[in-house]
Structure formats: C-alpha cells, structure tokens
Design a protein around this ligand. Structure first.
Ligand SMILES: [Zn+2]
Length: 159
C-alpha cells in the first residue's frame, strides 16, 4: 500500500519496529502529591470537595472543573466502591498473550464523584459484574512507594 492512499486498516500498513530513547519526568502536582502520600503513609484515599457544587473529586483537584473554584477542603473518602466498567486484557502491549487474563476496571468510589482505574483481583473474569462492590487492597506499608501501584488491586467485598 503506497503512502498516498488512504489508510483504512492499520494492519495493511508497512511498519518498522524501532526504539527511541526518551527520558521523562512527570509530576503528579500538588494535589497528587498529597493523594499518593496519604496512600503510602496511611492506606487511605483523600479527595477535595467543592463547596459551591458539592462535588468530591477523587483523585483530588485543586480547582473545580464545573465552577473553577479553588478547592481547599480535603476529605477522607472510603476505599470501597463499585465496578462502573471493566475490560478483560488478554495480550500485552506487544500483542503477546498474557499468562493469565488481567481485569482492568474503573472503580467509582463511594461517596465521591470520582474514582480510579485499577486492576481487579481475587475474582475470575466471568464473575465480574457491573455494580459489583469492591474494596482496595494495599501493599504492606514498608513496600509502598507513593504510587498508584501501592494499591495491589480492588477485590470483591465479602459478605
Ligand atoms: Zn464547583
């Protein structure tokens, strides 16, 4: 397929695999620093609340996306929620099959207007349901590094 033709299927294009060395450093920002520090030190989630809109942002924001108010009220929010949506991943980024399928979900956190994308664990793919109640499982404190991976996964709430 020549380059002057319209590409309608990516698998029909010529491609060369290569590597470009890139270094980057991405800061999580002021609100993100506090959010991840709280996870690392206390195994808790913090959000910010807009007093005008009564929205609770998780991950926290410093400005309300609805009314642009500066948000200064930090609130602890539950580490529980429900599966808003999910997918089952069978291949890695190179298209190689994973040893086991992995479950990725958006978890709507209780009492908030936000949530987190994370792995589901302790559950089989055919057992996952939209609306399923889940809770965060944290690494042991000594193993936490102030990252989203301080959360091992979300698992179904028992009982
Ligand atoms: Zn607002």
């Amino acid at each position: 397929m020549a380059l002057i033709e319209r590409v309608t299927r990516l698998d029909q294009t010529k491609a060369w695999l290569g590597e470009i060395p890139i270094q980057s450093r991405y800061t999580v920002g002021i609100a993100g620093e506090r959010f991840f520090r709280e996870i690392q030190e206390h195994g808790r989630f913090l959000g910010t609340r807009c007093p005008e809109c009564d929205l609770i942002y998780v991950p926290p924001r410093l400005y309300c996306e609805a009314c642009f108010a500066h948000l200064e009220e930090w609130v602890e929010v539950p580490t529980t929620g429900y599966v808003y949506t999910y997918t089952v991943v069978h291949q890695d980024l190179d298209g190689e099959p994973l040893p086991e399928p992995r479950l990725l979900a958006f978890i709507q956190l209780d009492g908030t207007d936000g949530g987190l994308v994370h792995f589901l664990g302790d559950v089989e793919p055919d057992q996952v349901r939209l609306g399923m109640r889940v809770e965060a499982v944290f690494k042991e404190k000594a193993e936490r590094r102030g990252s989203i991976l301080d959360i091992v996964h979300f698992r179904p709430v028992k009982g």
